[in-house]
Design a protein around this ligand. Structure first.
Ligand SMILES: Cc1ncc(COP(=O)(O)O)c(C=O)c1O
Length: 393
């Protein structure tokens, strides 16, 4: 008899990105308009030439082909701790850092350390879809936490979170700046989320993948100031975006010693270590690319301003309900239409590739996400112009 697939795996939907990639492969766009790809969140520029030149030398060194310690190169853990200490203004020790194979790996290991099958985790909706997929794969029950539209963007409702907590709840997951909405949660908001998690003995898993794309000098929050932060906070980070290294697969996690101990077992079993050459890339970045990353961020901030201003000027029928980091979250004007149909129309009629709200949760049919960071300055203006031309709105 043929083997069966683990039902937890079987019921997870296919990676949603396959759908929109198929439209591109089948050339379903308007042939008169070049494609503006605002789908996947990838920096629109290559890594720094200094970094690639450094790696060209490092790959010729024999040590680069060896495993590193499970938790990562000591020098990288130290550099990472130093960088976080300087940004967050609280002492974070190298022993709190685990180097991972990117942000998703950090997340999956953290969740595996925190929750067993049958446990529950609160996940703010709209969510980053891989976050939800991992719960299903692990047999963890997702408790979706709705967001409210506010002048600061879409904010998960903490009163609703309180009501979702049961004796099986192990964690609450938040992403700031957020994917897909771009909303950045204020330090006060995050302090309230942290207090809630701590008071109910659960973890606050905070994914700060886009923290390098805040205004320069911003301290995202003060949560590390609590001497016991490691008993509540699980901090996730990646080098993918800041140094444009999405294919290198290197990220980091910061946690208390109990979590780091648990992650050591999981990391050893899964990957033994993050790719050595990628760890060297991250280390080079932390030591040498501060200025480079700031310039890239300054450029992104200009694009964000341009996006917001162009929306105000052109006033397309799509409402920019929230924006920040790499993203604009748009409410579409076609009441009753599914977001997938709307995204498809944007591609068919205007050659704009977006991701439908349905990728980010069951209650997101009114929205589409635009990763404007993929587009250059002139493309951003063109993109908003095309949004205003979509027929029948
Ligand atoms: C919120 C969030 N977390 C994690 C990731 C994945 O990062 P990585 O490529 O480092 O795995 C992404 C990528 O888009 C993301 O948006």
């Amino acid at each position: 008899m043929a083997f069966s697939i683990n039902p937890n795996v079987d019921r997870v939907l296919d990676p949603p990105t396959n759908e929109t990639r198929g439209w591109v492969e089948r050339n379903e766009h308007n042939p008169d308009l070049p494609i503006i790809d605002a789908a996947q969140a990838v920096p629109s520029y290559p890594p720094s030439e200094e970094l690639t030149a450094h790696l060209a030398e490092e790959v010729c060194r024999s040590d680069t082909s060896f495993y590193t310690p499970i938790l990562g190169l000591t020098a990288l853990r130290e550099a990472c701790a130093e960088s976080l200490t300087s940004q967050y203004g609280s002492l974070i020790d190298a022993s709190n850092i685990v180097v991972t194979c990117g942000g998703n790996h950090a997340y999956c290991m953290a969740i595996t350390a925190l929750a067993a099958p049958g446990d529950e985790i609160i996940l703010a909706e709209p969510f980053y879809f891989n976050h939800q997929m991992w719960f299903d794969l692990q047999g963890i029950t997702t408790r979706l936490l709705p967001c409210n539209e506010t002048p600061e963007g879409l904010l998960p409702d903490l009163d609703a979170a309180r009501a979702l907590i049961t004796d099986k709840t192990r964690a609450m997951v938040l992403v700031t700046p957020n994917n897909p909405t771009g909303t950045t949660y204020s330090p006060q908001y995050l302090a309230a989320a942290y207090d809630l998690a701590r008071s109910r003995n659960m973890a606050l898993v905070l994914d700060e993948t886009y923290k390098d794309f805040l205004s320069v000098g911003t301290r995202p929050h003060d949560l590390f100031a609590d001497p016991d932060w490691g008993e509540t906070l699980v901090y996730l980070y990646t080098f993918s975006k800041v140094y444009s290294l999405t294919g290198y697969r290197v990220g980091a996690l910061a946690g208390g010693q109990r979590l780091v101990g648990a992650i050591g077992k999981i990391a050893d079993t899964l990957t033994i270590c993050a790719p050595h050459v990628s760890q060297k890339a991250a280390l080079f970045g932390l030591r040498n690319l501060g200025r480079w990353a700031e310039q890239k961020n300054a450029d992104l901030q200009q694009r964000l301003t341009l996006l917001r201003e162009t929306f105000l000027q052109i006033d397309p029928p799509f409402e920019l309900v929230s924006s920040g980091a790499f993203f604009g979250y748009l409410k579409h004007p076609f009441a009753g239409s599914r977001s997938l149909e709307v995204s498809r129309r944007l591609f068919n009629e205007q050659s704009i590739l977006t991701w439908p709200g349905s990728f980010f949760g069951p209650d997101q049919e009114q929205y589409v996400r635009m990763a404007f960071a993929n587009a250059g300055h002139t493309e951003i203006e063109e993109l908003v112009r095309r949004l205003s031309r979509i027929g029948g709105a």
